[in-house]
Ligand binder design. Structure first.
Ligand SMILES: [Zn+2]
Length: 160
């Protein structure tokens, strides 16, 4: 019985991660949970504003907007691997853009803060705000644009 439940859980997970058009709440069991005071101590003011207060950095201001080195982009809050350079592209928007996330690494949440529905992207491990997802990404791949704040990411080069 346990194994059946396990298989069922796996199927559910894969459906969730492959169907981002149906926003789902972030996992309640975040693997990295910290108090607000702990986040404030760890992150600088700008990173705290984006990751923990769902802020947005100014377009064309971020470190990774025009950054195309080969490597891995991790969460600046908890170090979870979120995006790989192979899925990064130039959207012209002024923020780093990816056509997909590392499977299961990013969760989707409805965001109506601007008065219309957007899909917020958050780190599945720590719940940190990363950016938003739009459906104007590259048509030849996923059609998705994960519009991510540079400051929510930390890059590790393949050479390191
Ligand atoms: Zn994180």
């Amino acid at each position: 019985m346990k194994s059946i439940l396990f298989i069922f859980a796996c199927i559910c997970c894969s459906v969730y991660s492959q169907n981002p058009k149906t926003p789902n709440a972030p996992a309640k069991d975040l693997s990295c949970q910290k108090t607000d005071a702990e986040w404030k101590a760890q992150l600088d003011d700008n990173a705290y504003y984006v990751l923990r207060e769902a802020g947005t950095e100014r377009p064309f201001s971020g470190l990774y907007n025009n950054h195309y080195e080969q490597g891995l982009y991790k969460c600046a809050g908890c170090d979870a691997p979120l995006y790989v350079s192979d899925h990064k592209y130039d959207s012209g928007s002024g923020w780093p853009a990816f056509d997909r996330a590392v499977e299961g690494a990013v969760s989707y949440r409805k965001d109506n803060k601007l008065g219309y529905a957007r899909i917020e992207l958050i780190c599945s491990s720590c719940g940190g705000h990363l950016g938003h997802m739009f459906n104007d990404g590259p048509r030849q791949t996923t059609g998705q644009r994960h519009c991510i704040n540079s400051i929510a990411l930390s890059f590790v080069s393949d050479d390191e």
